[in-house]
Design a protein around this ligand. Structure first.
Ligand code: PDD
Length: 282
């Protein structure tokens, strides 16, 4: 894989890429981002990711410097030039460089960049160890549907989890579980799949949307509502989703064991997600 980056319309070596010190992304976290997974050199659910990018950018008043269709073509161009196959595309859009001032610049020149990074193959959930999740207070802003680069609360939560022997942190407010530091959370009770509605405290995950779309095919009924922390230990199965992890089954939530191995419903959901990945990327 080559180490090329697309930066403001040019494809250059990563080592030559330069961002101004006064880029508002660097100084104010004034920007948004996307992470897109490639399978067999093909971006999965690219249109959905670009639609969410557009929505996030619009929400904070940044104009995409090129139309979505052209951006899609440029992403494909970089993937080919990097010879990226099993990898991710990291894309970031900021309000650009301007003298430091909380007020927006008069004529912002957004900084847009994207590059690829190889990813290791994902283990089949039946063979993977379960994720251990701990809860943390949700101290984030109330616009979590915007995929903002201001990720410090998420970073702190993740590191708190790791420091305490867990793998992921779930944000909880008023006894309700919203999502995790970098994944959406689902609980299965009987034949009902429960997940918090996307909105102020939950990112509309692209993997989440795919799962909600596919779940009826395995006989699951969907109930989009917050999961109460008090009911989590009674869940039949618990799993988390994201672009980079697909589906990870959850073995522990705080001190409770949820399941000792990946549950049957989670395995079925994983299988239909894999079928979609294969159908869309071969
Ligand atoms: N994170 N919730 C949060 C807070 C996230 O950061 C992510 C993804 C998700 C899952 O969304 P999706 O299915 O669209 O990847 C939910 C990415 C992968 C990251 O920051 O690396």
């Amino acid at each position: 894989m080559s180490d090329l980056i697309w930066l403001n319309g040019e494809i250059i070596s990563m080592a030559d890429a330069r961002i101004g010190v006064e880029d508002r992304g660097y100084q104010f976290a004034d920007g948004v981002y996307e992470v897109i997974r490639l399978y067999n050199a093909k971006p999965f659910t690219l249109n959905e990711h670009l639609a969410r990018l557009h929505q996030s950018a619009q929400a904070i008043g940044i104009s995409l410097p090129l139309p979505i269709e052209q951006l899609s073509r440029e992403i494909h161009k970089l993937i080919a030039q990097n010879n990226a196959k099993e990898a991710m595309v990291y894309l970031q859009l900021t309000r650009g460089v301007a003298p430091r001032n909380h007020q927006f610049p008069d004529q912002p020149k957004p900084t847009l960049l994207f590059y690829t990074r190889d990813l290791p193959p994902l283990p089949h959930p039946g063979e993977a160890t379960g994720a251990k999740i701990c809860s943390v207070p949700d101290e984030r802003w109330k616009c979590c549907w915007i995929k903002s680069i201001a990720l410090l609360p998420n970073v702190l939560a993740k590191n708190h989890a790791i420091d305490h022997g867990f793998d992921e942190a779930a944000f909880v407010e008023g006894g309700l579980v919203s999502e995790c530091s970098s994944s959406n959370l689902f609980a299965i009770f009987g034949n009902t799949l429960v997940t918090h509605p996307a909105g102020p405290c939950v990112l509309p995950g692209i993997t989440r949307a795919a799962i909600l779309d596919l779940a009826p095919q395995v006989g699951l009924r969907i109930d989009e509502r917050p999961v109460r922390e008090s009911e989590i230990s009674n869940a039949d199965e618990l799993f988390i989703t994201s672009t980079t992890r697909e589906i990870s089954w959850v073995s522990h939530y705080n001190q409770s064991t949820i399941t000792p191995r990946c549950g049957q419903q989670t395995l079925k959901l994983h299988q239909i997600l894999r079928n979609k990945v294969v159908a869309d990327t071969q």
